[in-house]
Design a protein around this ligand. Structure first.
Ligand code: PLP
Length: 387
């Protein structure tokens, strides 16, 4: 059989391969503890499930939805952006419903990039930024995120030629996988850079609501001029334990969204209105559930941090996301360490190299596992390091 050439450079998605390995181990009787994928272990709260049940029962939601999104959802997102970030969004022009942020991030590559174009992609970074760009036939220029620079890309490091050629820049803070947060005028500098070189900015805001120790994450769109150059993706997956529901949205620059809309009208027929109206209901509040989740993850962060520090690993105290980005012990590569703890301890950690070449030397641990399993995972890792 002959397949498309565009598949030649597309590796299987990082976690698809991990799922295969975990399932093999479980089949062979190993009690695997996964600190791998960031898929919340706790259920979607009952008040959301009940609202969805009500919406599913409403025949008004049975028909084809609009690809822009249900007006109730658009209005709720605009009002949330105003309340939470102080950002003014026109619900009729600057909002689009998405089947999860991942779908939008992958598809936007097709509406923005041609074969031979250049995409600026953080390294390490959420794999869809590079995967989507490669799928579009574009070239990827990795922007190295260095610990000493707070895991922010150094825009001054981008050559004049690459800056002139680049069409899109992907960023995302609070950051997956490094857990870095914005503490300075980085977003302002990004807007100036994007304007200077006519680059579209795609800001991935999937973790803005999961922050700790008083840190409040800003929106990229809150920077004056940001809407002239970019869009922002929001997701319900992590703050509301809704990864399986597939709901999110994009807000920001109308032209960028209009192109994505046109593409998507040819690919999908929108998101189930029952889910869109439930998403609107969530955005309209109350918001206490997210505070509870932040408390759960803060507790797990401290538990995991203390336990790993006591076995001699260097663990930064994260202020956002649900991940810990940890240097591997001396003598291991990322993949080697992940392999070692899977084989010797039955614990899954994600090799940093899966997020790009600069992820080498790190592993990512996710906090989406119950406290007692986290404690057991660390005990097992400690034992395996003595082997
Ligand atoms: C940085 C980042 N963006 C987007 C997503 C995908 O979000 P969704 O579940 O809404 O597709 C994830 C999921 O892990 C993520 O880590």
């Amino acid at each position: 059989m002959r397949f498309s050439r565009r598949m030649d450079n597309l590796a299987p998605y990082l976690f698809a391969e991990m799922e295969r390995k975990i399932s093999e181990k479980r089949k062979s009787g190993v009690d695997v503890i996964s600190l791998g994928i960031g898929d919340p272990d706790l259920p979607t709260p009952a008040y959301i499930v009940e609202e969805m049940q009500r919406q599913v029962a409403d025949p008004a939601n049975d028909r084809y939805p609009s690809n822009w999104g249900h007006p109730e959802y658009a209005r709720a997102a605009a009002s949330f952006y105003e309340r939470r970030f102080g950002v003014d969004i026109d619900p009729t022009q600057e909002f689009m419903a998405l089947l999860g942020a991942k779908e939008g991030l992958a598809h936007i590559c097709l509406s923005m990039l041609d074969v031979g174009d250049l995409a600026l992609v953080p390294d390490p970074g959420y794999p869809v930024y590079s995967g989507g760009s490669i799928l579009a036939g574009a070239e990827v220029r990795y922007l190295r995120l260095k610990p000493e620079k707070g895991f922010l890309p150094d825009l001054d490091d981008i050559s004049e030629e690459d800056a002139q050629r680049a069409k899109v820049l992907f960023i995302g803070y609070p950051n997956n996988p490094t857990a870095a947060v914005i503490e300075d005028d980085f977003f302002e500098r990004v807007v100036a850079f994007a304007k200077r070189y006519d680059i579209a900015v795609i800001h991935d805001n999937a973790y803005s609501e999961l922050t700790y120790d008083g840190y409040v994450a800003p929106s990229f769109l809150a920077v004056p001029g940001a809407k002239d150059v970019g869009v922002e993706f929001f997701s319900f997956s992590k703050p509301f334990n809704m990864t399986g529901w597939r709901t999110g949205f994009a807000v920001g620059n109308h032209d960028i969204l209009e192109h994505l809309w046109r593409l998507k009208t040819n690919m999908d027929s929108g998101m189930f209105d029952a889910l869109q109206r439930t998403s609107a209901f969530i955005l309209n509040g109350p918001w206490d559930f997210v505070q509870e989740m932040c408390e759960v993850y803060r507790r797990r962060r401290d538990l995991l941090g203390e336990a790993l520090t006591s076995v001699g690993m260097q663990v930064p105290k994260i202020r956002g996301t649900i991940y810990m980005w940890i240097p591997v012990p001396a003598g291991y590569t990322s993949a080697g360490f992940s392999e070692h703890v899977l084989e010797q301890a039955g614990v899954v950690v994600t090799p940093g190299s899966g997020y790009g070449p600069a992820g080498e030397g790190f592993v990512r641990l996710s906090l989406t596992t119950p406290d007692d399993r986290i404690a057991e995972a660390v005990e097992r890792i400690e034992r395996s390091l003595r082997l």
